[in-house]
Design a protein around this ligand. Structure first.
Ligand SMILES: Nc1ncnc2c1ncn2[C@@H]1O[C@H](COP(=O)(O)OP(=O)(O)OP(=O)(O)O)[C@@H](O)[C@H]1O
Ligand SMILES: [Mg+2]
Length: 260
């Protein structure tokens, strides 16, 4: 059974892309077949997967507009060990161009239909906005993974996201679940982080992953080498946390890691 996860939070810089890329690589290392879809015109997941966003023949932009199939736009991330549908700044125009197309919210879902069953996991790295691209991800996904920093304004932003998820459930994707909330760049000595963490626990219970991702410079450096930290340096604290997250996700979904 394929599991399609939208990695989303409209707040910028909370670790969506770092999570998408390292989770994709970590799942692949556990023997899972993984497709990562970059849905952000910034193309950070593309670059972080070792694919040059300036040299793309086809990207998710053409896929969404129906100018290319998902199959023809995907390529291998050699560095990550997974497949990638890349993105670059072309995608910034998609928002406007989609407006006039039919079923504009479900273009990604339709495009992925033909290839999704070749994968155990499809991860959708969303842009920092509740826009048409994110909506396409929420319609295509089985569940949402929300990376967040435990800061004062985090909870406020979270309620907007949860409301959007509820609206999508009422209309376009009744089965959309919250897969989990992931605390990123976490500093356990920070009192505010502890307080926000406690509130998340209270509101979301076991939807809050027990794994937390610490602030770790190796995670931040990895994109400059064009590879996920998990494949560059599996032993660093940040990578280990993502490896733990993979285990938590696999055990929650009743899957065991397969030896590669
Ligand atoms: N655990 C971490 N420790 C240290 N740095 C991190 C960590 N996670 C992410 N970063 C860094 O923080 C910045 C933002 O992370 P990232 O790009 O993953 O966030 P994002 O939510 O995808 O951002 P955007 O909203 O712009 O797409 C990046 O420079 C990244 O390298
Ligand atoms: Mg990002």
């Amino acid at each position: 059974m394929t599991r399609i996860l939208a990695v989303t939070n409209q707040k910028g810089g909370v670790g969506k892309t770092t999570t998408s890329v390292n989770l994709a690589a970590g799942l692949a290392q556990s023997g899972m077949r993984v497709l990562l879809v970059d849905l952000d015109p910034q193309g950070n997941a593309t670059m972080g997967s070792g694919v040059d966003k300036r040299a793309l023949k086809l990207s998710v932009y053409q896929v969404l507009l129906g100018l290319a199939t998902a199959e023809s736009a995907r390529q291998k991330s050699e560095a990550g060990g997974y497949d990638l549908i890349p993105a670059n700044r072309d995608l910034a125009g998609a928002e406007v161009e989609l407006v006039n197309l039919e079923h504009r919210e479900s273009r990604l879902k339709a495009a992925l239909k033909s290839i999704a069953d070749q994968y155990d996991f499809v991860l959708l790295d969303c842009p920092p906005a509740l826009n048409m691209l994110t909506l396409n991800a929420l319609v295509a996904a089985h569940a949402v993974m929300i990376p967040m920093q435990c800061e004062y304004y985090a909870l406020e932003g979270l309620s907007d996201l949860v409301n959007t998820i509820k609206k999508v459930r009422q209309s376009l994707n009744p089965k959309l679940e919250i897969e989990g909330l992931l605390r990123t760049m976490y500093d356990p000595r920070n009192t505010l982080a502890q307080q926000v963490s406690a509130q998340l626990q209270e509101h979301f219970g076991d939807k809050l992953y027990t794994t937390v991702i610490p602030r770790n410079v190796r995670l931040a450096e990895a994109p400059s080498y064009g590879a996920p930290a998990v494949t560059l340096d599996r032993e660093c604290k940040g990578s280990q946390a993502y490896v733990d997250l993979v285990e938590e996700i696999l055990s929650r979904s009743g899957l065991a890691a397969v030896a590669p």
